[in-house]
Design a protein. Structure first.
Length: 359
């Protein structure tokens, strides 16, 4: 019991101290100073709640909440967040989309988008995109669009841009920019801050690995179980999803296993796994990893298909050491497959260790 408690405490500590998905950017302090550094890039919901920032000349990250700084912006994507408190509600980091005669801000609430339009007189109108509501009829849509019409009544083009039941980011931005062009008399520039999604590339990595371990096979067709040793080689496509979950990679792995018993009986196994891996920093370089997911396999003997499609689960842990922009890793994995129902595990059980390299 004590060992389990220590393991849980270590896991919680690693999670609490994990750095997530740092991107270049800057913060704007309440004294209007601009400080450059690295910002953790998370989902829009998390970005609205916090800014975790490390200045270029600092050694540690600092967490800022809305109001502690004026705002922050990412260099790569252009996403810009500013501290706002509309209608005396709780302060949050609003995503700044357009800066002009009328300002446009956005906040995510579940799968819906909430827009805030601030006109030249400081009046703020809130519009919530309700496209996902099945009970959302045309009459309700027209009523909700009235506040938008009143906010942009000075511009006929902006009025024409309003589509009561379908106001997307693109349409909201067009409406606000058309309003600016029609109303502005001072040649003030209308700045669009909406991020460039084309610069937000998903990072994918190729990994190769090899290893060995032990295998136990026992099916209803076998009178005695098959125990043996094995070697394996494989490769995986690792997709970085750190923005959505701390230090996560989504993995698709393919492996080949050569298995031999003490009696020199040979079996080959081809495997396809899909799952996730979480990474937790131990120090400035070394990371502890945990992974798991679904496993699919089939066996061959002398080139003949063995037990059909085997379905099961895998899980394991390991260590990862960065090498410049790459990484070397060591893993210990356990796998269990079944020939029956999806959860009918136990026909094939594997315990293996692998060493690999991520490009």
């Amino acid at each position: 019991m004590r060992i389990i408690s220590i393991a849980i405490a270590l896991f919680v500590s690693l999670v609490a101290n994990a750095q997530v998905n740092p991107k270049e950017g800057f913060i704007i302090t309440n004294q209007k100073d601009t400080v450059y550094g690295m910002i953790e890039y998370r989902t829009n919901t998390i970005n609205a709640q916090q800014c975790v920032f490390k200045a270029n000349d600092a050694s540690e990250y600092v967490k800022y909440t809305p109001g502690q700084i004026m705002g922050y912006r990412f260099k790569e994507s252009g996403k810009f967040y500013v501290s706002k408190n509309f209608d005396n509600n709780e302060e949050f980091f609003a995503e700044f989309l357009v800066d002009g005669i009328m300002n446009l801000y956005r906040k995510e609430k579940g799968f819906r988008q909430i827009y805030y339009l601030e006109n030249e007189e400081g009046k703020v109108v809130q519009y919530e995109n309700m496209d996902g509501d099945m009970n959302y009829d045309q009459r309700t849509a027209n009523m909700r669009a009235q506040e938008l019409l009143q906010q942009v009544y000075k511009s006929q083009r902006a009025i024409d841009d309003i589509k009561p039941n379908s106001m997307s980011d693109k349409q909201m931005i067009k409406m606000v920019r058309d309003y600016h062009e029609d109303v502005c008399t001072s040649n003030e520039e209308c700045i669009k801050y909406e991020y460039d999604s084309s610069k937000e590339k998903t990072k994918c990595y190729l990994s190769v690995f090899a290893g060995g371990g032990g295998v136990y096979i026992k099916t209803s067709e076998m009178e005695h179980g098959f125990r043996g040793n094995m070697f394996s080689v494989g490769a995986s496509l690792d997709i970085d999803v750190s923005r959505y979950a701390n230090g996560m990679l989504f993995q698709i792995m393919g492996s080949y296993f050569g298995i031999k018993s003490k009696n020199e009986d040979a079996v080959s196994l081809v495997e396809l796994n899909t799952g996730v891996m979480a990474r937790f920093p131990i120090n400035n370089k070394l990371k502890f990893t945990v992974r798991g997911g679904l496993a699919f396999s089939t066996t061959f003997e002398d080139g003949v298909l063995g037990y059909g499609l085997l379905k099961g689960l895998y899980g394991g842990c390991g260590l990862e050491l960065p090498v410049q922009k790459h990484a070397v890793f060591l893993n210990v994995d356990g796998k269990s497959f079944g020939t029956g129902d999806f959860w009918g595990l136990g026909d094939i059980n594997i315990l293996q260790g692998t060493i690999g390299f991520r490009f």
